[in-house]
Design a protein around this ligand. Structure first.
Ligand code: NDP
Ligand code: ZN
Length: 354
């Protein structure tokens, strides 16, 4: 069987290059080769925090733009040579969960998250995509292969935080975290018509880009309680919506304190550590404040991905502002992933063109 090279998690805290068989293409599937890839904070949680448990020789990565090299005989809308956006989440669209509206949990909680979780990821010469017609999205020619990597996960996740928080025209919105996911939540909140956006984070480059995406005021979690700072800024009233895109298990305490009664908290943060996420009793109205909390994995799906692609192609969101570190060639994957782990001050997102 033909072999390929890929960059893998060898065990918790261990990474390296390995050889594997080129994956088989089922009748509804596609085999793709990456054109550009981006490492993610989630890869760091997976490898160095063991957030998913141990994994043995699992190829990493879930953010890529790609070229289709093979399709199964039942695939209708994609053919070899097509350039595609590859969503990080690739659900089984014929599952009962998909019929219930939660494809991202197809065949079990978080079941749509297959790349670098239940199966090999995209940091490989070739990778497999299940249900190609439902999961791949055509890449508009206006979008570069580098920018397209931001459509795999950063745009859909940040925007999903805004959907979960149900942002309305004129809302005051708190976005916790202004790494790439939080930056896309800021951009999404601005597009959804937020009147004032408060953003939490300290890295100067992220603050500069958050301003460009529409953040109005900044709060540092290093200067004490986020909730107290928000209540100070809002005359004790709080915000209408909170999007959580950073922090730790205690961030929810601040979010509940910072949101008004009837407000909504949309969480897309991935809690890599800690057994419990706590809610403060009094500020949750002893259970009666109508403060809603929803946490969600980004939805994939071709329709959604092509709509988000159209938004980027139309120039409504300039994702290139997030690409601070550019590399070329497979050998750079290791350095790019390490950067994501170290998070130097000038980093938002590295990208590797192949
Ligand atoms: P980053 O690490 O780049 O950004 C995290 C942000 O949170 C930074 O702005 C950081 O501030 C801030 N932060 C750190 N500690 C705290 C704290 N104690 N309180 C408040 N803010 C804090 O992450 P990403 O943007 O890449 O990803 C954000 C999260 O989203 C990750 O957990 C990631 O795994 C998750 N994710 C979830 C997905 C989903 O589908 N739900 C998909 C993809 C990612 P500073 O400026 O100081 O660094
Ligand atoms: Zn990611």
């Amino acid at each position: 069987m033909a072999k390929m090279r890929g960059y893998a998690m060898l065990g918790i805290g261990k990474v390296g290059w390995i050889e594997k068989d080129i994956p088989d293409c089922g009748p509804m599937d596609a085999i793709c080769k990456p054109l550009a890839i981006a490492p993610c904070t989630s890869d760091v949680h997976t490898v160095w925090e063991g957030a998913l448990g141990d994994r043995d020789d699992m190829l990493l990565g879930h953010e890529a733009s790609a070229e289709v090299v093979e399709v199964g005989k039942l695939v209708k809308d994609f053919k070899p040579g097509d350039k595609v956006i590859v969503p990080a989440i690739t659900p089984d669209w014929n599952s009962l969960e998909a019929q219930a509206g939660y494809a991202t949990h197809s065949h079990g909680m978080l079941g749509g998250w297959k790349f670098s979780n239940f199966k090999d990821g995209v940091f490989a010469e070739y990778f497999h995509v299940n249900d190609a017609d439902g999961n791949l999205a055509h890449l508009p020619e206006e979008i570069s292969v580098e920018d397209a990597t931001m459509l795999s996960d950063m745009v859909p996740t940040g925007f999903h935080g805004c959907e979960l928080a149900d942002i309305q025209f004129g809302d005051k919105v708190l976005v916790v975290g202004i790494g790439p996911v939080g930056l896309m939540a800021v951009a999404g909140a601005a597009l959804k018509g937020a009147a004032r956006i408060y953003a939490v984070g300290t890295r100067p480059k992220c603050i500069e880009v958050a301003k460009a995406y529409g953040a109005d005021e900044f709060i540092s979690y290093k200067d004490g309680s986020i909730a107290e700072q928000i209540l100070d800024k809002t005359k004790g009233i709080g915000v209408d919506r909170v999007v959580i895109a950073g922090g730790n298990v205690d961030t929810m305490i601040d979010a509940v304190k910072a949101v008004k009664p009837g407000g909504k908290i949309g969480n897309v943060n991935y809690y890599g550590k800690g057994d419990y996420i706590r809610v403060p009793r009094i500020e949750w109205g002893s259970g009666m404040a109508h403060k809603q909390i929803v946490g969600g994995l980004m939805p994939g799906g071709r329709l959604r991905m092509e709509k988000l692609g159209a938004l980027v192609a139309a120039g409504k969101v300039d994702v290139s502002k997030m690409l601070t570190h550019h590399y070329e060639g497979w050998d750079a994957v290791e350095e790019a992933l390490n950067l994501m782990r170290e998070k130097p001050d000038d980093l938002i997102k590295p990208v590797v063109v192949l």
